[in-house]
Design a protein around this ligand. Structure first.
Ligand code: HEM
Length: 404
């Protein structure tokens, strides 16, 4: 008889998938932080993983090189070639590989480049609002928050306008497949079409470089080092995927939080310059990434008295860290004038969101323009009838019907 030295530690009884949790996870995270801030939970796949919920521990895990994002492929599992290509992207590699990729892309994706986009983001924002202004109502997600970021990133990359709808469809289909295995087949087809398209677009750019991010990514070179063809696909993929669903919900969750706090909404309308701290507060109070990308322990690590063993999966709950009362004063108060706000909505450490300046700019322009052009906006239904998306990675609403 063999003895099992790896007895499974006690599991949390918390049900992270029930409707009440999805509507409002914060009271439950508060209990979990209080009772067992590092706990075991069951993934939908049937595997167990660790969930880390307190601010200081979340920050520590994200800054600790013993926790990596680079997932070894299970023995005997062969990934289809296109999945393998995009899985070696910036957010899934660590240490030297990560430093090299991040340095190369950072040369193309500069704060100056982002700032130059301001005028164009304003135009795209106004175009979308022009289409609904006369109707007096809209679905904030479908009509505004969803199309805006994909248009911005497509323009930045240099994807021709006539192809942008295809890009948007592929991006949604690929994401659906990650969120729900039922959609895996459609997702894979979308991925094949996406890579095929990129191959042609990149080939065209190689022979005729332009002033766009794809051309800049082709151009970047440091000490003779460049991005390979596959690395280019993976980089473009991660820029689109990482920046899309997230920014949609920065706008959606932000507008909802403002509508739920009318005195804060009034203050923002009267003092539009508060938009910068308002965006930071939206990110803290109800940020788009509820639980961050998975980490794997490369060695045994003790955290809050718990033994995390080499090879075990660790998830950090950014949404919980951002409401931790051991770190923030009155964490459940939505205060757009909050002065000290070192939230973790963009992560921390080497994988800190590369698109943060772009996301902030898009959020600021989208929400300020909306409030200026539709100052009377309000929810068309009551809050209880709004549907939240399922899953604990992305936090956001399926639709937000507004009248204005
Ligand atoms: C409000 C919007 C956004 C939020 C809340 C957000 C959040 C995050 C978070 C939490 C991470 C860290 C992942 C980890 O630690 O494993 C991350 C990474 C990343 N984000 Fe964002 N993101 C947003 C928008 C964007 C945009 C607009 C882009 C680009 C167009 C972008 C590109 C990236 C990339 C490339 C990474 C990987 C960085 C690395 O691994 O070095 N994000 N983001």
């Amino acid at each position: 008889m063999t003895t099992n030295h790896h007895t499974e530690p006690a599991q949390s009884k918390t049900d992270y998938l029930n409707e009440a949790f999805i509507r409002n996870p914060h009271p439950i995270y508060a209990e979990v932080r209080e009772q067992e801030s590092v706990s075991r939970f069951l993934l939908p796949s049937g595997h167990y993983a660790w969930l880390v919920t307190a601010y200081e521990d979340v920050a520590a895990v994200l800054s600790d090189s013993r926790f990596v994002t680079n997932h070894p492929v299970e023995e005997g599992v062969e990934l289809p070639s296109h999945v393998e290509i995009i899985s070696r992207n910036l957010s899934n590699v660590d240490a030297t590989d990560h430093r090299r990729l991040r340095r190369l892309v950072q040369k193309a994706f500069t704060p100056r480049m982002v700032d130059q986009l301001r005028g164009r983001i304003e135009e795209l924002t106004n175009d979308l609002l022009d289409q609904v202004q006369a109707k007096g109502e809209m679905n904030l997600i479908e009509d505004f928050a969803f199309p805006l970021p994909i248009k911005v990133i497509c323009e930045m990359l240099g994807v021709p306008i006539e192809d942008q709808d295809k890009f948007s469809d592929w991006s949604s289909a690929i994401m659906e497949g990650f969120n729900n295995p039922k959609h895996a087949e459609r997702s894979e087809q979308a991925l094949i079409a996406f890579i095929d398209y990129l191959q042609h677009l990149i080939a065209r750019r190689r022979s005729d470089l332009k002033q766009d991010l794809i051309s800049d990514l082709i151009r970047v070179e440091e000490d003779g080092d460049m991005l390979s063809e596959h690395e280019l696909y993976a980089m473009i993929f991660v820029l689109i995927i990482a920046g899309h669903e997230t920014t949609v919900n920065l706008i959606g969750n932000g507008v909802l939080s403002l509508l739920e706090h009318p005195e804060q909404l009034e203050q923002l309308k009267n003092e539009p310059e508060l938009i910068h701290s308002a965006i930071e507060e939206i990110l803290r109070y109800d940020g788009p990434v509820e639980v961050n990308n998975m980490r794997l322990a490369t060695e045994d690590v003790e955290l809050q008295g718990k033994q995390i063993r080499k090879g075990e999966m660790v998830f950090v709950a950014l949404a919980s860290a951002n409401r931790d009362d051991n770190h923030f004063t009155d964490p459940n108060t939505f205060d757009i004038t909050r002065k000290v706000n070192d939230h973790l909505a963009f992560g921390k450490g080497i994988h800190f969101c590369m698109g943060a300046p772009l996301a902030r700019l898009e959020g600021e322009i989208a929400i300020s323009t909306l409030l200026r052009r539709m100052p009377e906006l309000r929810l068309k239904t009551n809050r209880e009838s709004l549907n939240w998306r399922h899953g604990i990675i992305i936090r956001g609403l399926k639709e937000i019907p507004l009248v204005f």
